[in-house]
Structure formats: structure tokens, C-alpha cells
Ligand binder design. Structure first.
Ligand code: ZN
Length: 389
């Protein structure tokens, strides 16, 4: 536990080739780093996915959960990375972490092995300096965030809820920063809902339109209406709900009236809607325009927002203290595992390094930023588990 260097940990994680859903020994390594701090570990592996649940109890006397006196603070993250991409375009091998001009290069350096390293170093330092801290500190680390997210955080959270394991604060290490460390934190995320609509008409010869029913023409009226709708105006936390048509496939030959059209679309939606409301509303338009159709849905995530101030304030204050800037609280960007953790009722904040190079070749993170990130995480723990008690 002594003198753990955030950068050293980040390098050791990056050197493990953990292309999703492979963990490549990262979680075992994380266990070895946390074990002297009193954590109890449990692997909650499902199929090809490794999930590490770790918890370190505070010194509180009673076993009753009290979110004020005995909060449970969770660090959440993932050990998997996206594939390296075109190896020829990497200046250094993607799984040979290399520091140059203060930047650590390697796949996963920013998304999100750097954050994991900062979580571990800050936690060990915190427990060392404040062995009598209140509350519990937990880790939920998955190897399936970049993949189909079926056997990762979502399954662990289901199990935790079954066990009545409370989580009060969850800090997700996704790379939230935009231009400088800490300039953006995420306090929620939009929902994501994908739909596939097949409209059935009647195929025919273009010369005999009265014998056919052109599915493209039916689709045209439908598409015109749904692309003009203002679904909502958003609210103080979310931009307006957006519908994007992402794919249209129809047509067989130049002299054939198509009898079918496949339309794919995606909603990014605010808390003004539930997925169910959106599906019902869309069904009304489908019924209005299409006599014969099939509509399938996949819910990628409901929207969530952190309303209570404690974690957000602790994070903003820590950023101000370490980086000297005011952070901007946003809900933009794609989905994250925060959407699954939200089901526990936890306050959720996402804070990690600058995201400009994630999922790209020559992914990098500033070593100075990683050290600062560790300091920020440390301050957040101190605020919530020591100062507020
Ligand atoms: Zn990530």
C-alpha cells in the first residue's frame, strides 16, 4: 500500500491487453493493490465477463445503514478497452505504455485505466490517512463496458439490489473532461432507445401501380411527420429529446415497386419521457400511417439525473481546490454504466480525464492530470466520509 504511484498503476493496467470483454488479469492486479487496505473481494463473473466487487467497511458501530452517518461510497469503472485499431498508426505499441512529454500513451490510458489507477491510489492514501473514516468504500469494476454491456455492471447491480446492498454515492471514472481536467462532470445521462420499423406494402411492376402498394411512399408520409415533431423542449438538466433516422433500406430493381421498407431510428431522450411513453407515442404515428407493419425496440438505457447535491458539491469543491476551476455539470454524451447504477438510487457523478483521444489511435492521458485526478478523488472521499461526519 505504501507509496503507490498512480502513474505506475496506470502503466501496469495499460500493459494488460484487456480488449473487451477480456480482463487480462487487471482485476486480479487491482485486488493485489487494495488488499492491504482491508477490502473484501468478490468476483461476480457472468459468462465471458469479469466483475470485481470490493468493499471496505468503515468503523461504524451499528450495522444499520444510515446514508448520513454511514454512507456507502462506490468507485465504478471498467478494465476492458476497445480494440487498438490500425496498428500502423500507433507511434508506440498500444499495450506498451509509454510516457513522452508528460503524456502516457496506450490503449485505455484515458478510457479508463488512468481513472482506475487514480481511484486505487486515492483510496489507499485515504484509508492510510483516515483509518477511522465513516461509511464504506466499494469498487465495482467490470470487463464489459465497451462491449454489449449484458454481463457487466447491469448484472452486478441486480445482484446488489437483491442483497439490499445500499449505494449512496457512485463516482464513475469515465473520461468526462473536455479541454482541461475537471472542466466537465456528468451528473446524468440521456436515455437511448433504438427502434426498427418494417412497413409492408404490396410489391408490383412499376407499370402497374394500381396493383401494388409502394412501401417507400407510405414511409415518406410517416417520416415527414415524425421528423418534424418537437418531442419535448428538454428541461433544466437535459437538452430536448432527439429522434434520428439512422438507416433506411428498400428497393429491389428499377422496375419493381418495393413491397417493404426497413427503417431504423434512435431516440436520445430526456427525463421528460420514459422509454415506454416514447414507444407508445411512436406507435400512434405508425398506426396512423401504416396499415401493416412491425415495430421492434431495444432500450439501451433510461435517462437518469442526480438531484441531491452532496456528491455533486463534494466533486465541484474538490475540482476547484485541486485545479482552480469551476466545473460544468452536464448530461451530454453517450450512455455509461451510470445508467445501471442509478437503479440503486445512488447519487452519481462521472469524473475522469480529458476525452479527446478516447477510442482513437495514440490514446493518451496527461500524467500530471492523473496525479491531480487522484487528489480530486481523495478530496471527495475526505469530504463525504470524514468532514461531513
Ligand atoms: Zn469508458
Amino acid at each position: 500500500m505504501m507509496n503507490q504511484n498512480t502513474i505506475e498503476i496506470a502503466k501496469n493496467l495499460v500493459s494488460r491487453e484487456s480488449i473487451t470483454p477480456d480482463d487480462a488479469g487487471c482485476q486480479e492486479y487491482i485486488q493485489s493493490l487494495l488488499k492491504d487496505s482491508g477490502f473484501i473481494f468478490e468476483q461476480m463473473d457472468f459468462h465471458d465477463t469479469k466483475n470485481l466487487w470490493a468493499i471496505k467497511k468503515g468503523k461504524d458501530l451499528s450495522n444499520n445503514h444510515d446514508p448520513n452517518k454511514h454512507p456507502v461510497f462506490l468507485f465504478a469503472g471498467h478494465t476492458d478497452v476497445v480494440p487498438a485499431g490500425n496498428l500502423d498508426k500507433w507511434h508506440t505499441p498500444p499495450f506498451s505504455p509509454t510516457i513522452k512529454d508528460g503524456l502516457l500513451y496506450g490503449r485505455g490510458a484515458a478510457d479508463m485505466k488512468g481513472s482506475l489507477a487514480a481511484m486505487i491510489s486515492s483510496t489507499n492514501r485515504f484509508i492510510n490517512e483516515y483509518p477511522d473514516h465513516a461509511g464504506d468504500i466499494a469498487f465495482l469494476i467490470t470487463s464489459d463496458e465497451e462491449g454489449p454491456f449484458i454481463n457487466g455492471t447491469v448484472k452486478v447491480v441486480e445482484e446488489l439490489i437483491k442483497r439490499n446492498q445500499p449505494i449512496d454515492y457512485a463516482l464513475v471514472g469515465e473520461p468526462s473532461s473536455s479541454n482541461e481536467l475537471g472542466d466537465v462532470i456528468k451528473i446524468g445521462r440521456r436515455g437511448s432507445l433504438t427502434g426498427w420499423l418494417t412497413i409492408h406494402g404490396t410489391q408490383g411492376h412499376v407499370a402497374y401501380p394500381h396493383l401494388a402498394d409502394n412501401a417507400i411512399h407510405t414511409a415518406a408520409y410517416f417520416l415527414e411527420e415524425i421528423t418534424k415533431i418537437e418531442w419535448d423542449q428538454g428541461n433544466q438538466n437535459f437538452p430536448p429529446t432527439s429522434l434520428q433516422i439512422t438507416s433506411i433500406k428498400a428497393g429491389e430493381a428499377g422496375n419493381v415497386i418495393p413491397g417493404e421498407i426497413d427503417i431504423e431510428f434512435n431516440f436520445r431522450f430526456s427525463t421528460e419521457f420514459t422509454a415506454n411513453d416514447l414507444q407508445n407515442k411512436m406507435q400512434l404515428f405508425v398506426d396512423k400511417h401504416c396499415d401493416n407493419s412491425d415495430l421492434d425496440w431495444k432500450l439501451n438505457g433510461e435517462p437518469f439525473i442526480t438531484q441531491s447535491p452532496e456528491l455533486i458539491d463534494a466533486t465541484s469543491d474538490a475540482i476547484k481546490r485541486v485545479c482552480g476551476i469551476e466545473t460544468s455539470k452536464q448530461t451530454s454524451g453517450g450512455t455509461s454504466d451510470g445508467r445501471f447504477i442509478a437503479k440503486t438510487g445512488a447519487q452519481i457523478v462521472e469524473l475522469g480525464p480529458i476525452n479527446s483521444s478516447i477510442h482513437q489511435v495514440n490514446e493518451f492521458v496527461s500524467t500530471e492530470d492523473l496525479n491531480k485526478l487522484s487528489d480530486i478523488y481523495f478530496q471527495i472521499l475526505k469530504t463525504l466520509l470524514v468532514d461531513r461526519q
